[in-house]
Write a protein that binds this ligand. Structure first.
Ligand code: TXA
Ligand code: MG
Length: 320
């Protein structure tokens, strides 16, 4: 199959109306999108990225009002968060109605919904008669794509189109929030910080990171977000000492270490966590392609987007 890379929304609509799947830009990461209400399109999403069916999909709508077509109820806290953060890097788990196919939720009675903050994809959603189901547009288990070239590397020849929206500004997947009784639960930390969520709610949230993000079934990749090259994550000076005789790729943050290594990248020399989030996945891919024998990555400060960056690096890290 020929994969067209382009900015033409009409062409994207044409493919989606035919139940094909295409890559779309969002502010978090590129998504692999198809008609969320059409089983044949959903099956193509799972097939294209080699994703197991028990891993549910996020659906994307054009605005917050539209979610009422797909959910049974909306908690007050969800409305308050959406009023401030949607469109944006936050996904809501809400009780689904009968219009959401089982394949979207893997049989769960809640559906994950978000409104992406990307002008091209919002325009696309406004012109479509259905919402888009879209996981990250990477082959299952590999690092999420934040640039068109990342999507090309994984899915060229497999999908008909990549809608080009430039580089993803946030660079981490959305933060997933769930609602139980009067509590707000964080199921995945991501591109919206927990501090910002708590400041709008005026109360603490509970961390309940979903095991769905950690595939454990036999024969599957042992980790998510993994590079092919072994990645170790921890105190860089200790790791460097231990692996000093190898070709090392270094992923660092802030003040550079005095070390002579094969390859290195700094996520943010200014030690800015938002900048580090936006560069993380590209840095991991570059490190993976650098020819190094091992990737060593630094632990970032556990605040703001640093928490989500540390989460992704932990999941990418190989246990030696
Ligand atoms: O930023 C994002 O969220 C990106 C862009 C493309 O929107 N999407 C994304 O999708 O990261 P994906 O498929 O890579 O991750 C979705 C995760 C699943 O792995 C699962 O943990 C959770 O969302 N999820 C989806 N539906 C769920 C449900 N019904 N119940 C619990 N968790 C769910
Ligand atoms: Mg993903």
């Amino acid at each position: 199959m020929n994969t067209l890379v382009g900015k033409d929304i009409e062409t994207a609509i044409k493919w989606l109306l035919q139940d094909e799947v295409i890559a779309i830009p969002t502010e978090t990461v590129y998504g692999l999108a198809g008609n969320a209400l059409q089983e044949s399109a959903l099956l193509k999403i799972f097939k294209a990225k080699n994703r197991p069916y028990f891993n549910p999909l996020i659906i994307h709508t054009k605005d917050w009002e539209s979610i009422h077509q797909y959910v049974l109820a909306v908690p007050e806290d969800a409305d308050r968060l959406a009023a401030i953060f949607s469109p944006g890097p936050i996904t809501f788990l809400l009780p689904r109605n009968q219009f959401i196919p089982d394949l979207v939720t893997s049989g769960s009675d809640k559906v994950a919904i978000r409104i992406p903050a990307h002008p091209i994809t919002l325009q696309l959603l406004q012109q479509l008669p259905f919402p888009l189901a879209a996981p990250s547009a990477n082959i299952f288990g590999y690092v999420s794509p934040t640039k068109v070239s990342h999507v090309v590397a994984g899915l060229e020849g497999i999908i008909p189109m990549i809608l080009d929206g430039g580089d993803c500004k946030i660079g981490l997947e959305s933060t997933i929030v769930d609602f139980e009784n009067d509590q707000v639960l964080i199921r995945r930390i991501g591109g919206l910080s927990v501090e910002k969520i708590e400041s709008v709610l005026g109360k603490k949230v509970q961390m309940r990171i979903s095991p769905n993000d950690h595939p454990v079934a036999p024969g599957m990749l042992k980790s998510h977000y993994a590079t092919l090259t072994t990645l170790l994550y921890g105190d860089l000076s200790i790791l460097l000492e231990k692996h000093k005789d190898k070709k090392v790729a270094l992923i660092e943050f802030g003040q550079p270490l005095h070390a002579n290594v094969f390859w290195r990248i700094n996520l943010s020399v200014q030690a800015n966590l938002d900048e580090a989030a936006a560069t993380l996945f590209a840095a991991m891919r570059q490190a993976d392609n650098s020819g190094a024998a091992i990737i060593l990555a630094q632990v970032l400060p556990a605040q703001g987007l640093g928490l989500a960056i540390n989460d992704r690096l932990t999941k990418a890290a190989h246990q030696l």
